[in-house]
Design a protein around this ligand. Structure first.
Ligand SMILES: NC(=O)c1ccc[n+]([C@@H]2O[C@H](COP(=O)([O-])OP(=O)(O)OC[C@H]3O[C@@H](n4cnc5c(N)ncnc54)[C@H](O)[C@@H]3O)[C@@H](O)[C@H]2O)c1
Length: 374
């Protein structure tokens, strides 16, 4: 495990639930951070230098859960060291880096994946299968938001607000990348053109001395000392979309919407029916009809479509959420490692690189304040 923050913990716990994979070592920013994490999670080996883990021939795969600027060098070094790689999103800082990783991975037999885990909520898979089966008809309209509030104040700080660690796009890169991946995954349509508008409401933020791990800002503020630094990453962004050659839509992302903790929702409307799903109520799916009563269905594998049911491991009425979505993705990643003949059933470096390309188009469009083709 590379990284010992929010994702370090989520990945470690999800990997252990698979039953056939051991978390053998953790690398963090410093030896102290790695030791502390290894102690708390009962991991046998800890290091402040990830290269030590890559030099260990007993390690088969690495999970990259570090700030975005480290994804490319870590993934490249891991592939060169012969390790399978599961990398957090956004895959890289640029699509050019993503292309280099695809080329490198293609010269090996290694398995690579990008962690668009949100695809693997059971009812999201139900939506995907409903659309594939034609239940919604031809897709006409998509819309949605991904809103959070943890960076609302100018005293809220995280490595993500700095271009050097995060890349140029923050709210868009962090959560817009998930939204765009999701809408393409469920509809099977690719984004073909977009028109974006980005906003940075806090032109400066107060940076505390010392590291701040994700979502810990609210707790950390009391005695902190700050340095005021300029900010040019986006707090908010909205995008008009064309998908394929017919569908239209729009979405917005924000890390400054009070009260929204992780409000990721999407709606899809076709020529027959519509669906709406909200990550804050993941076991419910709204299905809208024109000529019969609307429905709200509850996650229940025994009643879901056969291709979606394997993503629900617990019986109906037993909630499956964020942690479970990671587990479902990791399960399929490690199944591919164990048996190369099984089909790829997880987001690939190609998906991650396409995501980076779309983010670059979002930035280009916002700068030009006009539509661009993807
Ligand atoms: N898929 C998801 O749902 C999801 C959710 C949150 C974050 N993420 C992604 O996961 C990544 C990490 O985000 P986070 O929220 O866990 O951040 P975080 O700040 O909580 O953790 C980052 C960790 O990386 C460590 N680190 C920094 N430099 C390092 C180095 N040189 N070697 C090893 N470790 C180093 C830090 O010490 C820290 O433990 C980001 O790319 C983010 O976009 C994905």
């Amino acid at each position: 495990m590379f990284g010992s923050g929010f994702m370090g913990k989520v990945h470690t716990e999800a990997i252990r639930r698979l039953g056939n994979v051991e978390v053998a070592a953790v690398a963090s920013h410093t030896q102290e951070l790695a030791d502390e994490f290894a102690r708390s999670m009962n991991i046998p080996k800890a290091t402040g230098d990830y290269r030590e883990i890559l030099a260990d021939p007993t390690i088969d795969a690495v999970h990259i859960g570090t700030p975005n600027n480290l994804h490319y060098p870590m993934a490249e070094a891991a592939l060169k060291a012969g390790k399978h790689v599961l990398c957090e999103k956004p895959l890289t800082m640029t699509s050019a880096e993503g292309k280099k990783l695809i080329k490198l991975a293609a010269s090996t037999k290694l398995v690579t994946a990008v962690n668009h885990n949100l695809r693997y909520y059971p009812l999201v898979q139900q939506v995907r299968q409903m659309i594939a089966a034609g239940d919604l008809g031809d897709i006409l309209i998509v819309n949605g938001t991904y809103y959070q509030d943890w960076l609302l104040y100018d005293t809220d700080f995280n490595w993500r607000v700095q271009t050097s660690d995060n890349g140029t796009l923050r709210a868009m890169g962090d959560i817009g990348s998930h939204w765009m991946d999701m809408i393409q995954h469920v509809t099977g349509l690719k984004i073909s053109a977009l028109c974006a508008d980005l906003a940075t409401f806090h032109k400066t933020r107060k940076k505390p001395q010392g590291a701040v791990e994700t979502f810990t800002g609210k707790k950390a503020k009391a005695n902190a000392k700050y340095t005021e630094i300029p900010i040019d990453t986006d707090d908010f962004g909205s995008v008009l979309l064309k998908l394929g050659d017919r569908a239209r839509g729009c979405f917005a992302v924000s890390q400054m919407s009070a009260g929204c903790k992780n409000r990721f929702n999407f709606e899809v409307y076709g020529t027959k029916s519509g669906v709406a799903w909200n990550q804050e109520r993941p076991d419910e799916l709204w299905i809208g009809h024109r000529n019969s009563p609307n429905q709200i269905i509850i996650k229940d594998g025994s009643l879901m479509m056969p291709q979606a049911a394997p993503f629900a491991d617990l019986p109906g009425g037993h909630s499956e959420g964020y942690d479970d979505a990671h587990k479902q993705l990791f399960k399929r990643f490690y199944a591919k490692i164990a048996d190369p003949s099984v089909p790829v059933n997880f987001p690939t470096f190609e998906d991650g690189t396409w995501g980076m390309h779309l983010l670059e188009k979002v930035l280009e469009s916002s700068k030009k304040q006009r539509w661009v083709n993807a």
